[in-house]
Ligand binder design. Structure first.
Ligand code: ATP
Ligand code: MG
Length: 477
C-alpha cells in the first residue's frame, strides 16, 4: 500500500509563509522532525532554537535523508544541503504549516483538544484508542503539548485525518490561548483543575482561568467538556457561557451530563456504567483507578460532542477494555523474584498532589491476598512553589488511607512527608533517588506491590529500572 505524501512542496512552502531555495525535493515529503538524530528519510527538518540552535544540524539532517529543511532567512547554505524553506522565524513557519494542516481537514473531520492539570496524556491516549475505531485518527507522540509540540503535531497531521487529537499544556497564563487558536478544536476537554505548576500562579482560580483559555480557540458551535466534580466547575462553565460555547459535563455528580453511575474498581481494571446523553454505556477499562474512570467519562462526552451516534460511541468506548495506563503514568508489570511475583507500578513520569493521591488510591485496590505488602517509593513533586512543603506533608493521610506498609522517599521536599509517616512504616529517606537504590532493592521481595512516583526531574525512572534489573524475569499474564 502506498501512502499519500504528507505535503506537496508548494503547499508546505506556502503554509510556512516562506520562500523555496533549491527546488522541490526529489522524493515525497513523509513527515517533519525537530531532531536531526531521529530524523527519518523524507522528513522535513525544522531548525528550531531550543537548548541548541537547530541550524547547526541542518547538514547532518540532510546526510540522514531529510527531504528539505525549514530554516531562518539568514541561514547560510552549506555543502550537502538540499531544498530549503526560508522563513523569518522557524517556529512561526512551523505554526504556519500547522494552520495550513488544520485548514485543509475535511469539513466533517473532528478535532479534540485536551488540557487540564493532570490526565491530559492519559485522556489523549484513550481518545486515540477509541476514535481509531471510527476513522483515521491523528494524535501527538508522547506528551507533545507545548509551543512546539502542538504545532508539530498539527503539521504532521495527514489531510485524510477524520479525528485529530491534541494535548495542550501550559506553565504560564496566555500559553493555551495561542495553542487553542492554532488547533481550532470542535471539542475541548479540561480534565481537571488542581494545584500544579502553582509556583507561576497566585491562586487555584488563576490556574482555572488559564485552563479556560482553551475556550478561546473552540470553533463556533463547538463544545467544552468539563469535570462536574471539580470545585472550579462553575467558574469554567461561566467562562464558556460568556464565550457562547456549550458545556457538557462529566463525573459522579448527579447533574453531570455523562455520569459515572457505577465504578467497580478492581486491581487491574475497572467495570463502569455511565449514563450519557443517549443512554447507558457499560464498559470496562484496563487501566485501574478512579482517575482513569473519570478520564474515560470525559472521552465519552467528547465522542458524543463530536456528533457520534450511540452505537458508534459504544463501539469506540469498547477499545478501553484493552487500554492500559501509558508508560510512566501507572503502567503495571509483574516481575518475578525469589520464586514469587512483584507488582511494579511505574508512575515515574510525573507527580503532583492530585496524581499522587490517585496513584496511592489505585495501589490500595491491590488485594492483600495477591500482594501482601504495599510499598510506595516517592520522589519530590516539583514546581509547587511556596506551598510545596505543606502539599508534600499533606499526603500523609492518603498514605495511611491506602494502607501503605513501607515508604521510601527521596528529595528535600519529600522529607516533610517522610517525617510524618508512622516510624514503623519508614523504609528510607535520601537526598536523591540514587540514594534509595540499594536499600530499595534489598527491601523489595516476592509478594510486594511497589509503586514508584515523582516528578520527572526527581529521576525516579532509574529506580524502576533497578527493580526490573533485579528481577529474574517478567511474568506474562
Ligand atoms: N484524572 C486524573 N486525576 C488525577 N490523576 C490522574 C488523572 N489522570 C491521570 N492521572 C495521573 O497523573 C499522572 C500524569 O498523567 P498524564 O501524563 O496523563 O498527565 P498530563 O496532564 O499529560 O501530564 P503533563 O503535564 O506532564 O503532560 C499519572 O500518574 C496518571 O496516572
Ligand atoms: Mg502529558
Amino acid at each position: 500500500m502506498t501512502t499519500a505524501p504528507l505535503w506537496g512542496w508548494d503547499e508546505i512552502v506556502a503554509g510556512a509563509g516562506g520562500t523555496a531555495d533549491g527546488g522541490a525535493p526529489q522524493g515525497a515529503i513523509a513527515g517533519l522532525s525537530l531532531d536531526s538524530r531521529g530524523i527519518a528519510a523524507g522528513e522535513v527538518f525544522v531548525a528550531l532554537k531550543d537548548q541548541r540552535d537547530g541550524h547547526e544540524f541542518v547538514t547532518v539532517a540532510f546526510e540522514r535523508g531529510a527531504s528539505a529543511a525549514l530554516v531562518r532567512q539568514d541561514y547560510a547554505r552549506r555543502a550537502g544541503d538540499g531544498p530549503l524553506i526560508r522563513v523569518g522565524e522557524t517556529l512561526e513557519g512551523l505554526c504556519g504549516i500547522a494552520r495550513a494542516a488544520r485548514a485543509r481537514l475535511r469539513d466533517d473531520a473532528g478535532v479534540v483538544a485536551v488540557t487540564g492539570s493532570v490526565g491530559k496524556t492519559s485522556t489523549k491516549e484513550m481518545l486515540r484508542a477509541c476514535l481509531m475505531r471510527l476513522g483515521p485518527t491523528h494524535a501527538p507522540e508522547k506528551s507533545f503539548n507545548n509551543h512546539w509540540g502542538v504545532p508539530l503535531t498539527l503539521a504532521r497531521m495527514p489531510a485524510s485525518t477524520c479525528f485529530g487529537v491534541l494535548e495542550i499544556g501550559m506553565n504560564h497564563a496566555g500559553e493555551i490561548t495561542l495553542l487553542s487558536k492554532l488547533s481550532r478544536p470542535h471539542v475541548a476537554i479540561i480534565t481537571t483543575v488542581e494545584p500544579v505548576h502553582i509556583e507561576h500562579f497566585s491562586s487555584i482560580e488563576g490556574i482555572a482561568d488559564a485552563k479556560a483559555e482553551i475556550i478561546a480557540g473552540i470553533e463556533p458551535g463547538g463544545v467544552v467538556v468539563l469535570n462536574r466534580d471539580n470545585p472550579l466547575f462553575e467558574r469554567l462553565a461561566a467562562a464558556a457561557r460568556a464565550a457562547g460555547i456549550d458545556v457538557v459535563s462529566f463525573g459522579e455528580h448527579a447533574q453531570a451530563n455523562v455520569r459515572l453511575v457505577k465504578c467497580d474498581l478492581k486491581t487491574d481494571h475497572t467495570d463502569i456504567e455511565a449514563e450519557c446523553g443517549n443512554g447507558r454505556i457499560v464498559y470496562s477499562i484496563a487501566a485501574p483507578g478512579r482517575h482513569m474512570a473519570q478520564n474515560s467519562a470525559a472521552v465519552i462526552a467528547a465522542i458524543e460532542a463530536l456528533g457520534q451516534d450511540f452505537e458508534s460511541t459504544i463501539h469506540a468506548i469498547g477499545a478501553l477494555a484493552t487500554f492500559g495506563a501509558p508508560t510512566g503514568r501507572g503502567a503495571r508489570e509483574k516481575i518475578s523474584r525469589g520464586g514469587g511475583t512483584i507488582l511494579l507500578v511505574d508512575e515515574s513520569y510525573n507527580a503532583n498532589p492530585a496524581s499522587m493521591r490517585a496513584a496511592l488510591a489505585a495501589l490500595a485496590l491491590v488485594p492483600r491476598m495477591e500482594y501482601a505488602r504495599r510499598i510506595a517509593v516517592l520522589g519530590d513533586m516539583l514546581e509547587l512553589g511556596e506551598a510545596s512543603r505543606d502539599l508534600h506533608a499533606g499526603l500523609s493521610e492518603a498514605i495511611a488511607n491506602a494502607g501503605i506498609d513501607l515508604v521510601f522517599a527521596a528529595g528535600p521536599h519529600m522529607k516533610s512527608l517522610y517525617d510524618r509517616v508512622d516510624p514503623l512504616r519508614r523504609g528510607l529517606w535520601a537526598e536523591t533517588s540514587a540514594g534509595l537504590k540499594d536499600a530499595l532493592s534489598g527491601a523489595v521481595m516476592a509478594g510486594d506491590a511497589v509503586m514508584v512516583k515523582g516528578s520527572f526531574g526527581s529521576r525516579m525512572g532509574p529506580l524502576v529500572e533497578a527493580l526490573r534489573a533485579g528481577a529474574s524475569g517478567v511474568v506474562h499474564s
